[in-house]
Every structure is written in C-alpha cells, then in structure tokens.
Ligand binder design. Structure first.
Ligand SMILES: Cc1cc2nc3c(=O)[nH]c(=O)nc-3n(C[C@H](O)[C@H](O)[C@H](O)COP(=O)(O)OP(=O)(O)OC[C@H]3O[C@@H](n4cnc5c(N)ncnc54)[C@H](O)[C@@H]3O)c2cc1C
Length: 480
C-alpha cells in the first residue's frame, strides 16, 4: 500500500488545480481520474470543445453576413472531419500540457476509478486492470457532474444525444430538437444552426436562460429567433420514440402548433426530428462508491455538503467543484480546489468570492457577475441600475454589432458596484473587469475615472458608470 499526504479524486479543472497547488505547497499528491491525462468534463467534453466549435460557428455567421459589408465569400463549405480534427487537436494539446504538468510536479497520477474504503484509505480500480490501495492524510473529492437524462427523455438511440455525443459532431442533421434553453442547449444549438441544421429549442419555463436578467436575454432571444427555426417556451417534451425516419417527439405547450421539423412529418402534437439534443441540466457525481461509509453528507439535490473551507463533515475529506453545488462552472471549481489545497497545507483561507462570473458563449454572448437585477428584486434590495446601450458605442458600430448592452447594479448611497451584466459580442471577456471592480470594492467614480482605450467595447463599462451620474458622453440621459 502506498501513502500520500493528499489524494485528489477527479482530474477536472477543480481536481487538477487542487492537486497542482497542493504539490506547489510541498505536499505529496496523488491524482486519480479515468482519463489518461487531467482535464475532466471541461477539457474533454465541455468548455473547451464547445468553444472551439462556437468559434467556427461565429466565423460561418460572419462570413454569411459579410456581403452586407461588400465582401462575398459564397456559402461556406464545411468539412466535418477537419472540423472535428481541429477540435480534437485542441483537447489533445491542452491535455498533453496538463499531463506534463503532472510529471513536472512529481504528482502520482493513477488512471482509474476510486472507491472509498474508510476516511483514510481508498482503492483505485485501474483502467489498465488491477487495483491499487492508497492511504492518505487528506482527500479532495472533485468528481464533477454528468448530463441529467430524465426517464421520459431516455431513448436508446444514438440520434438522441447529450452534450457529450453532440460535441462529437456525428453529422449535421437536417432538423435538430434541443431540449432545454439553458446555456449548454443554446451554445450547442447555435453550433448546429450555423452548420446548417434547422434547430428547434424547447424550454419548459417562460424564457431562455432561466435566472438571467431578462433585458440581457431579450437581446440574445431576438438573434436566436433569426438563427434558429423556432424557440418554444412554456413547452415540455412528454414523449420521445425512435422511428425509422427520425425521433418522434410529443410536445405539450402553448407554441407547439407552429413548431416542427416539416409539416409532412407532423402528427398531432408530435413531430419527427433527425436528431434530439437533451440539455436539461447536470447532476453531481456524488454516488462515489464507499462514500456512505464515511461521515460525508450529501444533500437532497445530490451535492456533497461542504463549509467555506471546502471541508465535508468527515475531517480528512474535502470536496470541491460541480459535486458541491452551483454554479457548476470550471472557474468556480478551480478556485474551490485551490482553497482546499491551501486549507490542507495549513493556511487560514476560505472560498468567499464577491463575484463569480457566468458566461453564455452564444452570439451575442451574455455575461454577468455579482448581483443580478433578478436577484436584487427577489431580495428586495434597493439598487440603482445604469445601462449603456451599445448603439452608442463607436466600437460596436465598427463591428456592425449594436445589439449589446452593458449594465451596472449599484448601491444608490455608496455608489458601490454590486453587479455587472453584459450582452454583446465579447461580453465573456469584458466581464472580467466587472469581477475585478466588485472584488476591489470599486464604486461608480472609480470606473468612470479609469481611462478606457478608444475605440473598444470596454468603454461601455466606463460609460455606464457615467450614465449613473447622468453624464455619459455618448448618451443623453440626465440624472433624475
Ligand atoms: C457542453 C459543456 C460546456 C461547458 N462550458 C463551460 C464553460 O464555457 N465555462 C465553464 O466555466 N464551465 C463550462 N462547463 C461546465 C464545466 O465543464 C464544469 O463546471 C467543470 O468541468 C467542473 O469541474 P470539476 O473539476 O468539478 O469536475 P469535472 O470536470 O466534471 O471532472 C470530474 C472528473 O472526475 C472523474 N471522476 C468521477 N468519479 C470518479 C471516481 N470515482 N474516481 C476517479 N475519478 C472520478 C470524472 O471522470 C471527471 O474526469 C461546460 C460543461 C459542458 C457539459
């Protein structure tokens, strides 16, 4: 039996960030994951492959639109095999990198699945066969999450995809139904729409991206209405059945009659789609074998319960990332992982961010951090909202993309920035300034007085602070 000070179970962005920092802090570390190299969902079948495809989707959309600027490329021809190669090469390059970093740091990497034996021992079933038992002082559980597949949507047919199989790009279906109007459904739906599929999105609630501020989502929804075949809100999939010509889907909802993959294939409320992507959320991988034999608690939503220092109820076991709760995002997982490593190394730190950014990488992108308007209303907090429409941004005009908005949620008395919301191309990059502003306790004056380069979309951050004072150079909106 080998011994280690820290064992990390799961090599995603949470797990490998934790393992790397623990090693940097001088601890002996083992990292366990079923893949040959660290990366987890994010690198192998999440953030990275989806963003590679979204980059290409954006290029296709821009090439199509370029005739409006006097440049005609003709209809783009897509070579799916080469597109897949491009995406896979990125994943390989990144995971080759994480693999090398494991070696440089002298981390013991074990490829396999872990079972907990007791609070200080686990056994790994090696992918290559055989088992290895490991004794540890501390364990960090970073087992992540997997796509949720409700029983009603479970059809044993490769034409019914989850996000993982959709990222494999098996083909470009003539018609695609995306079940779920959350970020994963919209991102992958946008990719298939750009590649040429007629995409229908069904969303159970009354709007896309439930939880996000409506003024931001409305701008995206307008564009989605142009790029996708249809978006059906307040609509549920009640049945799915594999047939020879496609997947027959029965929908229930107000907008259902206008939907479909073609009138010929519509029957009652059911329509046939070439493929279906189920993107209705993710469930935490907390059913780790043997976990029940410890004091680790799992809540009724399946998340492992931890405190601010990422400790579970079992003193030797920590947990981080998707398996401990929302928001299920890679950067949140990494930061939690680093906190766990530092706490194990004896530092008195906690995971207590003021702002965790969320980005939806559609076109336009949506991003927010800190307090949202929806949240402020729910909590009955009095905030002042300052909005700068991108129609007044010179840079947005040069990009021919005035469909953007920057808004600040501010404390009316202290002028402190509590939240930032953005919609528009590049919003995912711009939001980092909002995170920094909130973390640093910046107020509207700080943002207003920080000179932003011209002409850039970053100026919309500065000008929205000017809007707060009723003094924005490029919009006339006197303070009331
Ligand atoms: C299509 C898609 C797009 C996404 N895009 C983004 C994005 O743009 N930005 C963003 O921030 N997030 C994005 N996410 C979410 C992001 O991937 C996750 O939040 C992130 O990967 C969570 O990291 P993690 O370390 O908690 O776990 P994971 O990345 O899920 O990794 C957990 C690892 O643990 C392994 N494991 C599980 N059980 C065991 C066991 N018993 N023994 C050993 N290993 C085990 C798993 O196989 C996996 O490799 C996306 C997700 C998807 C599906």
């Amino acid at each position: 039996m080998t011994s280690t000070q820290v064992v990390v179970v799961g090599g995603g962005p949470g797990g490998y960030a934790a393992a790397f920092l623990a090693a940097d802090l001088g601890l002996s570390v083992a990292l366990i994951d079923p893949e040959a190299k660290p990366g987890g969902v994010c690198v192998y079948r999440g953030c990275i492959p989806s963003k590679a495809l979204l980059h290409v989707a954006k290029l296709i959309d821009e090439a199509r639109h370029a005739s409006a600027w006097g440049v005609d490329f003709g209809e783009p021809k897509v070579d799916l095999a080469r597109l897949r190669e491009f995406k896979n090469a990125i994943v390989k390059r990144l995971t080759d990198g994480t693999g090398s970093l494991v070696k440089f740091r002298k981390i013991q990497y074990i490829q396999g699945l872990a079972t907990i034996d007791d609070p200080h021992t686990l056994t790994v079933k090696r992918t290559s066969g055989g088992e290895e038992t490991l004794r540890f002082d501390h364990a960090i559980l970073a087992t992540g999450s997997a796509p949720a597949m409700p029983a009603a949507l479970r059809v044993d047919d490769p034409r019914v995809m989850d996000s993982t199989s959709a990222l494999d790009l098996p083909d470009v279906p003539g018609s695609l139904l995306v079940v779920g109007g959350g970020y994963i459904g919209l991102e992958l739906g946008s990719v298939y729409a750009a590649l040429g599929s007629a995409v229908t999105v069904v969303e159970m609630t009354g709007g896309l991206l439930p939880g996000a501020d409506r003024d931001l989502v409305d701008i995206l929804a307008k564009r989605v209405a142009q790029t996708m075949k249809s978006v059906l809100l307040n609509t549920r999939v009640v049945r799915m059945k594999a047939e020879a010509e496609g997947i027959r889907v029965t929908l229930e909802g107000e907008d259902v009659k206008t939907a479909g993959a073609g009138e010929a294939s519509a029957r009652g409320n059911s329509q046939v789609f070439d493929r279906v992507l189920v993107a209705v959320g993710r469930r935490p991988n907390s059913a780790i074998p043997g976990l029940a034999s410890t004091r680790v608690k799992v809540n009724d939503r399946g998340f492992i319960v931890v405190d601010e220092q990422m400790r579970t109820e079992e003193p030797s076991i920590f947990a981080i990332g998707d398996v401990v709760g929302e928001p299920m995002l890679a950067h949140k997982a990494s930061h939690e992982g680093r906190v766990a490593a530092e706490v194990i190394a004896g530092e008195n730190v906690a995971f207590a961010p003021r702002a965790i950014p969320a980005v939806v990488f559609t076109d336009p992108e949506i991003a927010w951090c800190g307090l949202t308007e929806v949240q402020a209303k729910q909590e009955g907090r009095a905030v002042t909202i300052a909005k700068f429409p991108w129609g007044a941004s010179g840079r947005a005009l040069t990009l021919d993309r005035t469909d953007g908005l920057t808004k600040l949620m501010l404390d009316a008395e202290t002028e402190r920035i509590l939240g930032v919301g953005l919609v528009g191309p590049g919003a995912g990059e711009l939001i980092a300034e909002g995170v920094l502003a909130i973390e640093m306790g910046a107020n509207a004056t700080d943002l207003k007085l920080s000179i932003h380069p011209h002409p850039t979309l970053t100026e919309t951050m500065m000008e929205s602070a000017e809007v707060f004072f009723g003094q924005a150079t490029h919009v006339y909106r006197p303070r009331r």
